[in-house]
Design a protein around this ligand. Structure first.
Ligand code: ZN
Length: 447
């Protein structure tokens, strides 16, 4: 077949191309130069002989017939019987998918199949029903999937069009707007996030306790990531001394309510985000109302009674808490997953004496430190929402800024924990004093 002219490469370009193809900037020995030239070929797309009769290229019809002979096709009734058991894979183009698809289907356009399938569907033993509009692209896709090790994949004969004509179930998928596709493009490129993950983020509700040093970076990154609802609890006003670390606020906002300043900043950053302001002091009377609507709480509080109050309320509401704390040049992050990992009381059974636990106002803090710790909290919150990776539940991450070290420690659930232990009484939410002890359900009967 016709091969277009080869573009001569300068030796520097050739070496760069070799390194690129080798995947690393290391050794390039053994990489055939012809391969590079082939990829850098400037003529019409082509090259290679696909093995048609006597060198003739097979027609599309022949290629499809060959693929169909090698794969399994199922009809509508058989495919519908697999709904709920098998994973349905829609390989049509995004605009076709957006107009309607089979409920629960995973969408990977045929052109992205080889690149994305292993990231999106890593389990190669899972049964797959693959479909396109009419059954041709899906037949070719199933053949490719078999070559990649997905041996339990079948193609839906007649595709989505026949499925729909037969009156079988289909839905119009929720899709991102063009502006959202552009804004979250770097998320969409990650198979672990993708459209479905971005929709989860947009549907998620995160409560930030405090619009201060930890809450500022956490709120900024959560808003930028497209977490659809951010609640902010704070009853302070912006002071010039906050601006050394509380990056949600600025000079124009001095004297403003912190929740209002935070809302302005976050709304300007991302109009997708609904900011709910809670201009109040979190207390026993309101904590359940405030937190129970949220999927995750990011705790940036700096006092022990509030931490214990939040802990007990979060256990009751079964809301995970991403805890962060800072002291001078050191920070700590962990996740309290109710009844799955330790709670705050397992971790800190009782508050330290006041003289051993000075606040930032007393002890000082380097301004970048809450930026790092709050960003880690935002990352953990997003992992919880997306079900990604391993969270810090059961582990404490300690950051030492002077040594530049991150250390992780195991934190175990305390079987005797008065809040989450097996023998813990019913949790009662009440104001805590300096001792922060849990409240008994009823006062012991006098004898
Ligand atoms: Zn506990």
């Amino acid at each position: 077949m016709a091969v277009g002219p080869l573009v001569p490469l300068s030796s520097a370009e050739e070496q760069a191309a070799l390194r690129w193809l080798a995947g690393v900037a290391g050794s390039v020995t053994g990489m055939p130069t012809e391969l590079v030239r082939f990829y850098c070929h400037a003529g019409p797309a082509g090259g290679g002989n696909f093995g048609g009769e006597e060198g003739r290229m097979p027609s599309f019809r022949e290629l499809l017939a060959k693929a169909k002979a090698e794969i399994v096709e199922v009809d509508g009734p058989e495919a519908e019987a697999r709904l709920g058991g098998a994973t349905f894979l829609d390989v049509r183009e995004p605009d076709e998918f957006q107009q309607g698809t089979i409920p629960g289907a995973v969408h990977i356009a045929r052109g992205n199949l080889e690149v994305q399938i292993e990231g999106r569907l890593p389990d190669k033993d899972v049964p797959l029903v693959v479909y396109c509009a009419g059954g041709a692209r899906s037949a070719l896709a199933v053949k490719t999937l078999a070559e990649l090790g997905y041996l339990d994949a079948v193609s839906l004969a007649g595709g989505f069009n026949r499925w729909k004509d037969e009156g079988r179930p289909w839905v119009t998928p929720r899709t991102l707007t063009p502006d959202q596709r552009n804004r979250y493009q770097r998320h969409l490129l990650l198979p672990e996030v993708g459209d479905a993950g971005q929709q989860k983020l947009l549907d998620a509700k995160v409560l930030l306790l405090g619009a201060g040093g930890l809450g500022s970076p956490a709120a900024l990154y959560l808003a930028a990531a497209g977490v659809g609802t951010l609640g902010i609890v704070d009853m302070d006003v912006v002071d010039a001394s906050n601006l050394q670390r509380q990056v949600l606020h600025n000079m124009d906002r001095i004297g403003d309510r912190k929740v209002e300043s935070a809302k302005k900043t976050l709304s300007l950053l991302n109009p997708d985000v609904k900011v709910i302001t809670h201009d109040l002091r979190l207390g026993a009377a309101n904590v359940m109302d405030v937190i129970s609507d949220y999927d995750v709480v990011v705790d940036g509080t700096d006092n022990f009674p509030t931490r214990y109050l939040l802990n007990d309320a979060a256990l009751l509401a079964k809301v995970p808490v991403v805890h962060g704390s800072i002291f001078r040049f050191e920070g700590q992050v962990t996740v309290f997953a109710p009844y799955e990992g330790p709670c705050y009381r397992c971790f800190v059974p009782e508050p330290p004496p006041a003289e051993l636990a000075p606040s930032c106002a007393e002890a000082g803090v380097l301004g970048v430190l809450p930026g790092i710790v709050g960003s880690l909290q935002a990352m953990e919150a997003i992992k919880i929402i997306l079900g990604l990776g391993e969270t810090l539940a059961g582990r404490l991450l300690a950051y030492d800024a002077l040594e530049t070290t991150f250390r992780t420690f195991r934190v175990h659930r305390d079987p005797a924990c008065p809040a989450c232990g097996a023998d813990a009484g019913e949790i009662v939410i009440a104001e805590y004093d300096e001792l922060c002890m849990p409240h008994p359900k009823e006062a012991p009967a006098a004898v």
